[in-house]
Design a protein around this ligand. Structure first.
Ligand SMILES: [Zn+2]
Length: 226
């Protein structure tokens, strides 16, 4: 894994396969934590970096899997959205309804979910973290967050959308798979809210960084209204 520069003081932890499960280091904030198998590689990649806190866009196991290990090793607090905090603190995705309940999701959760870890701070709409603004963007999970830096119009949007086909791994904008998405109408409303910010650079949980703001806007505009 290596630190790949995205923008001033924003890095993507580039692993293999590239862009599959993304972790970002933004202004000393570690945003998302990969799967529970990723902690050693993430810690090696972050060696020597100053890190203030670990933030989650949402608590699915491919984002919170290594969070307990990372917060413990780096002595940093964990921050996330209000409606996702209980699942993180319980280390239990199923009982906290972070996805629609079905056997596939339950099997994935059983295998991938990372250990529980206390949430030190609940992030709310318009909170400032560094020079980023917290944007509540529920739908994929109820507590999903995005992080917006107005100065260079940079958006870290987690799984509000994917910039990769999650089956073929080919790049391209897609809505998140239905089996992992709590409320589709809400996730579309959140995407319209995020597109209204007119991001120039969009950093996804899955898929490459997108530097074509118009392509993102066009894609969001064609999503069905419900
Ligand atoms: Zn994800």
């Amino acid at each position: 894994m290596q630190l790949k520069p995205v923008a001033p003081d924003v890095f993507q932890l580039q692993g293999f396969p590239p862009n599959m499960v993304n972790v970002y280091l933004a202004e000393q904030l570690l945003i998302d934590g990969g799967t529970r198998f990723d902690a050693p590689a993430i810690l090696r990649t972050l060696a020597g970096q100053q890190i203030r806190a670990h933030l989650l866009t949402h608590v699915h196991p491919d984002h919170q899997g290594a969070s307990h290990a990372l917060c413990t090793a780096l002595h940093i607090p964990l921050w996330c959205g209000a409606a996702d905090a209980a699942a993180m603190q319980a280390g239990d995705m199923d009982r906290q309804f972070t996805s629609p309940s079905n056997p596939i999701v339950r099997a994935i959760n059983a295998f991938w979910t990372g250990p529980a870890h206390p949430v030190s701070r609940i992030l709310h709409e318009d909170d400032q973290v560094g020079s980023f603004t917290v944007i509540e963007s529920p739908g994929h999970t109820r507590g999903h967050l995005a992080f917006w830096r107005e100065a260079d119009r940079l958006l870290i949007l987690g799984d509000a959308a994917n910039n990769m086909n999650m089956l073929s791994a080919l790049p391209g904008l897609h809505e998140t798979p239905a089996i992992f998405t709590t409320d589709r109408a809400q996730s579309r409303a959140s995407l319209r809210k995020l597109a209204a910010l007119q991001p120039a650079t969009s950093c996804f949980g899955h898929g490459p960084v997108l530097r074509d703001g118009e392509a993102f806007a066009r894609w969001v505009a064609q999503l069905p209204h419900e």
